[in-house]
Design a protein around this ligand. Structure first.
Ligand code: NAP
Length: 470
C-alpha cells in the first residue's frame, strides 16, 4: 500500500475508523476533540474491560465529591453522537488483540490510565496491613476487580504515606462520619466496614514541607473543616525553612501560597474535641514498616528530612538521620500511580507509561509506530485533574488528523461497522453497548433514589449483566 493510501479516507463514503481503548476521561476527550473537525467523518468504537464507562470518574473520584462526577454529562453527550459505539466488558489483550484491531481500524488510541501504585521500596512493605491507596480507593468505590478485598480496620492508628490529593481522599474517607458516608455512592460493603472501623488516629506523612505539598488548597481546606475529625499540624513542621521562604518571596504559585496559609492556620489551632484526629506531618520519610512475628503491621519508622536545592532548582528531601517510630496497625502508600504495559505496545517501564511523542506511540528509540496513539495518564503519567485530559487529548487528536492527511494510518481491510461488531460479538458475546450501560445506570440510580443516595453501585459484573438479562 502506498504512503498516500486511501485518498478519500475521512469522508462520508469512507469514514476514518478509530478504536479507543479505555473509557475514562482521556478516552471521552478523544471523542469530543474529533468533533472539532466537522469536515472529517470519523467512526469511533470505544472499548472497556468493565461493563461501565468513565474510568476513574466512577472508580477513583471520591464518593463525597459527587459534583466532580458531573463531567459524565459531557461524556454522555459524546456517546449520543451517531458515530460513537461502546464495547464494554471487552478486554484488550484478552478478548481482542492489537493484531485483531488492525483489521478493523485505521487508528487505535490507548487511554487505559495508570492502574497500579508506585511502591516505597522500604522493608516491611509486604506485611499484612500494608496496602496501596489505589486498592483502597478502588475498593471503596466498588470497582468489581477490588470488591473482594478485605481491609482490617480494627486498629486505632493508620498511616498514609504521601500528601497528594489521593492521600487526602483516603484520609477523608477514614475521617468521615457514618452519616456522611451514607449519603454517598460508596460501595455498601465499604460503608459498613468504615462504620465498624476502630480507626481514630490517622497520620498523613509528607516527605517535603508545606510549600511543596502535592494537595490542592480546596482539598486541605476540606480536611480542615471535617465534622468528625480534628486536623493537627505541629507548629515546628508548619514553619517554612529558609529555602522554601526564598522560593515564596521570589514569587510562588498562588496554590502554594494558599496551602501555606491554610497549614499555618491549622497549626495554630487549640485543643482537639472531635472523635478522630488527623495528624499531617511534614519533612518525614518512611524507612521501614514494622511488623510482628505473624507479619502484621505494628508501626512505621520514619526519618526526619531537610530540604536541599537540586541542580534543576527544585527542593528535595534529604534524611537528617533522626528517626522516630509511629505505632500503627495499617499503612497506605499513596505516592502516585503507574501505568500497566499493554500487550504489543512499547512501554517505558521506568516511567510506567507508553513511549510516545505528543500522543503518537513510538518505539523505545523514538520512531513513530504507524496508527497507534495514546492519551491521558498512560501517555503523560499520573498528573493533573480530570480537565487536564482535555488538552492532552486535543494534542493526540491533532497528531491523528495530521497523520491521516499525510497518509500515515493502518490499512484496515474490514471497515464496515457491522464487521467490527460481529467480530467483537464472536469474541465476547456478553459485550455491553452504551444503551446497555444506560440501563445499568438507570437501575443504580433507581436503587439510589430508594435509599436517598446519589446511586447504589453494582460491584459485581454478574449483577450488572443480570440487569440486561444476560
Ligand atoms: P501525587 O499528586 O503525585 O502525590 C504523590 C505524593 O507522594 C506526593 O506528596 C509525593 O511527594 C509523595 N511521594 C512520592 N514518592 C514518595 C516516597 N518515596 N516517599 C514518600 N512520599 C513520596 O499523586 P496522587 O495523590 O496519587 O494523585 C495523582 C493525580 O490525581 C494528581 O494529579 C492529583 O492531583 C490527581 N487527583 C486529583 C484529585 C482532585 O482534584 N480532587 C483527587 C485525587 C487525585 P513529593 O511531592 O515530595 O514528590
Amino acid at each position: 500500500m502506498s504512503e498516500a493510501g486511501n485518498e478519500n479516507l475521512g469522508t462520508p463514503s469512507n469514514p476514518l475508523r478509530v478504536a479507543v481503548i479505555g473509557s475514562g476521561p482521556a478516552g471521552f476527550y478523544i471523542v469530543s476533540n474529533f468533533m472539532k473537525y466537522p469536515d472529517l467523518t470519523v467512526e469511533i468504537d470505544m472499548f472497556d474491560r468493565l461493563p461501565t464507562p468513565f474510568g476513574l470518574v466512577r472508580g477513583g473520584v471520591a464518593p463525597d465529591h459527587q459534583k466532580d462526577k458531573s463531567v459524565t454529562r459531557a461524556y454522555d453527550k459524546s456517546a449520543k453522537q451517531p458515530n460513537y459505539r461502546f464495547f464494554g466488558n471487552v478486554e484488550f489483550g484478552k478478548h481482542v488483540t492489537l493484531d485483531d484491531l488492525k483489521h478493523y481500524y485505521h487508528q487505535i488510541v490507548f487511554s487505559t490510565g495508570a492502574q497500579v501504585d508506585r511502591t516505597l521500596g522500604v522493608r516491611g512493605e509486604e506485611f499484612t496491613g500494608s496496602h496501596s491507596a489505589t486498592d483502597f480507593v478502588a475498593w471503596y468505590n466498588g470497582h468489581p476487580d477490588f470488591a473482594h478485598l478485605k481491609f482490617e480496620l480494627s486498629s486505632e492508628s493508620v498511616a498514609i504515606v504521601g500528601i497528594g490529593n489521593v492521600a487526602v481522599d483516603v484520609a477523608r474517607m477514614l475521617c468521615r462520619t457514618h452519616d456522611e458516608l451514607r449519603q454517598t455512592d460508596m460501595a455498601d460493603y465499604a460503608i459498613e466496614a468504615l462504620r465498624d472501623s476502630n480507626v481514630k488516629n490517622i497520620y498523613m506523612l509528607g516527605r517535603r514541607g508545606p510549600a511543596q505539598a502535592a494537595f490542592t488548597p480546596p482539598e486541605i481546606k476540606e480536611l480542615a473543616e471535617l465534622v468528625g475529625a480534628d486536623v493537627v499540624i505541629a507548629q515546628e513542621e508548619a514553619r517554612l525553612d529558609a529555602e522554601s521562604r526564598r522560593d515564596i518571596e521570589a514569587g510562588a504559585d498562588k496554590n502554594v501560597l494558599k496551602n501555606v496559609e491554610i497549614i499555618e492556620e491549622i497549626s495554630g489551632r487549640g485543643q482537639c474535641s472531635k472523635d478522630k484526629r488527623l495528624t499531617i506531618r511534614f519533612l518525614v520519610s518512611p524507612t521501614e514498616i514494622l511488623g510482628d512475628e505473624n507479619g502484621n503491621v505494628t508501626g512505621i519508622r520514619i526519618v526526619k528530612n531537610e530540604l536541599v536545592r537540586k541542580d534543576d532548582g527544585t527542593l528535595s528531601a534529604r534524611s537528617t538521620g533522626e528517626e522516630e517510630t509511629i505505632p500503627v496497625g495499617m499503612v497506605f502508600r499513596s505516592v502516585g500511580y503507574r501505568g500497566v504495559a499493554l500487550p504489543g505496545i512499547p512501554f517505558n517501564e521506568r516511567w510506567g507509561n507508553i513511549f510516545n511523542d505528543k500522543g503518537r506511540v513510538t518505539t523505545e528509540e523514538g520512531d513513530p509506530v504507524r496508527g497507534l496513539y495514546c492519551a491521558g495518564w498512560i501517555k503523560r503519567g499520573p498528573s493533573g485533574v480530570i480537565g487536564t485530559n482535555k488538552t492532552d487529548a486535543q494534542e493526540t487528536v491533532a497528531c491523528m488528523v495530521e497523520d491521516l492527511k499525510a497518509g500515515r494510518y493502518l490499512h484496515a481491510a474490514h471497515t464496515r461497522p457491522d464487521e467490527a461488531m460481529a467480530f467483537v460479538a464472536s469474541r465476547q458475546p456478553a459485550a455491553v453497548s452504551y444503551d446497555d450501560w444506560t440501563a445499568i445506570d438507570a437501575e443504580e440510580l433507581r436503587m439510589g433514589t430508594e435509599d436517598n443516595r446519589p446511586r447504589v453501585k453494582f460491584t459485581r459484573v454478574e449483577d450488572m449483566l443480570d440487569v440486561l438479562d444476560r
